[in-house]
Design a protein around this ligand. Structure first.
Ligand code: GAP
Length: 453
């Protein structure tokens, strides 16, 4: 259950996201657009690091997965066959008192009948199905024949390209097709910052297999995905696996897990791992009249493969990473007085900036020149940031607040002025412990790359 302190924590996180350039409201100068968010200079780095790491683990480090990048606009027939056109809807209720439009599952019922969560009113309409797909027109005419939808999930592009990809990749079952991309849903109530948005990104894998392997692979992918979250710094004790009960599961699924995370606003879904049987391919084969079967060379049999799908939200994971990383502790300022320090304790592999480089003083040319040489040395290997403005303690604090795991300071010892043995060494500071070590400049690339991988 979330508390007042959790609400305050969330407020601080939202304000930090804006102040430091992680996430802004879309179209803010025009009053915003509900359910749409823009990622600023640091947010885009964090998001890219997450997506790149997902791609590395799910595609590059495996022999049995290939990638694709499908279009957002597809033939309307795709959405008819997949079932989205007829059934991808939420039951919606209008409150006649305050005019709020609500999802039926958001109504409160304290034993005295359904009530509006906004005004407490009981004058509510009956639930009506509201299709969540954004409708649009392709081409110059705006009539029924030109209608299609912005895709509400990336998965369908994978199913409809299954045969092409099978032919070109020559993969044998079990194998997967991965994709990262935008999806759009006209959510009735977007909320909790970027958690439930109308435009968002998904990271999806469709892992095709034989029917008899489906339940085993469902377990396998659930475990793999839990390991993934741990490897980007989300602790296991804040992740929860929920078995989706029969009555809530899609009718074609033989088993679905939700992986949930303890957000400050409550425990909420990050990812679904679903065994979707052969439903999707069978539907598209039937509707298109094109074979989507797999030919087993050994048994000489043709059949429609089954599929297990781990489907994760990029934006939700970014939010979970920020929420998990946010912390406050005490650290001495430049005069040794203790002050509150805000730190984003990101895992180094997903931190937006990997290392900050500071000359001790900005008006000492040899210090500045050396610091810039270090920037050039590290830049081909990682995203670094050079900062020469203000007292060194303040510069550290600014980096702590955006989660930069390492800071390098070039001082007079680097120049060998006090002790020639220390020439071409720098201090390397670690964000969380604030511990500093003296390292040789030429070892920096190796030390840092081994810690951020
Ligand atoms: N292909 C399966 C599929 O789309 P889903 O459970 O509807 O399944 C998968 O979505 C993931 O996409 C969710 O676990 C969530 O992380 C993300 N997601 C879904 N709707 C979202 C929304 N409105 N805003 C942000 N992320 C969303």
């Amino acid at each position: 259950m979330s508390t007042a302190t959790d609400a305050q924590r969330m407020e601080k996180i939202v304000s930090l996201c804006k102040r430091r350039g992680f996430i802004f409201q879309s179209s803010e100068i025009y009053g915003g657009l509900n359910g749409a968010w823009d990622y600023g200079p640091l947010g885009v780095e964090l998001k890219r690091n997450l997506k790149n790491y997902w791609w590395r683990v799910m595609v590059h480090e495996r022999d049995d997965v290939v990638g694709m990048d499908g279009s957002i606009l597809m033939n309307r027939a795709v959405w008819k066959a997949s079932g989205h056109q007829d059934t991808f809807s939420d039951p919606m209720v209008d409150c006649r008192s305050c005019k709020a439009r609500l999802r039926a599952d958001q109504l409160i019922d304290k034993g005295k009948g359904r009530q509006c969560p906004n005004c407490g009113g009981k004058d509510l309409t009956e639930p009506r199905a509201f299709n969540l797909m954004f409708k649009t027109y392709v081409g110059a005419t705006e009539d029924e024949s030109s209608v299609t939808y912005l895709r509400p999930e990336t998965a369908q592009a994978i199913f409809v390209q299954f045969k092409n990809i099978l032919d070109v990749s020559r993969k044998k079952l079990p194998f997967g097709i991965a994709q990262i991309g935008k999806a759009f849903r006209n959510e009735i109530n977007p909320r909790n910052f970027n958690f439930r948005s109308r435009e968002f990104e998904q990271m999806e894998l469709e892992y095709f297999c034989r029917a008899e392997e489906g339940m085993r692979l469902l377990e396998y992918w659930k475990e793999e995905r839990l390991k993934f979250y741990e490897s980007i710094g989300i602790p296991r004790d804040k992740l929860h696996v929920v078995t989706v009960p029969d009555e809530e599961r899609a009718f074609y699924s033989k088993g679905t897990y939700d992986i949930e995370y303890d957000f400050p606003f409550g425990r909420q879904e990050l990812e679904g791992v679903a065994y979707r049987t052969d439903y999707d391919l069978a539907q598209h084969q039937k509707a298109s009249g094109k074979s989507l079967e797999y030919f087993d060379e050994e048994t000489k049999q043709k059949f429609i493969p089954h599929v297990v799908e781990p489907s994760a939200g990029v934006d939700r994971t970014v939010l979970a990473l920020i929420c998990d990383a946010y912390s406050e502790d005490e650290a001495p300022d430049d005069k040794g007085k203790m002050e509150t320090r805000i730190v984003l304790r990101f895992h180094p592999r997903i931190a937006p900036v990997k290392c900050a480089i500071f000359p001790l003083l900005k008006n000492k040319e040899p210090l500045v020149a050396k610091a810039k040489q270090i920037v050039d040395l590290l830049r081909p290997h990682m995203f670094v940031f050079y900062d020469e403005g203000g007292a060194i303690g303040r510069r550290y604090r600014r980096q702590d607040e955006i989660g930069t795991p390492f800071g390098i300071t070039v001082d007079f010892e680097t120049l060998g002025e006090k002790d020639t043995a220390l020439r071409d060494t720098v201090t390397l500071r670690e964000r969380d412990s604030m511990k500093q070590e003296r390292v040789v400049i030429k070892d920096l690339v190796e030390i840092l790359t081994s810690r951020i991988r």
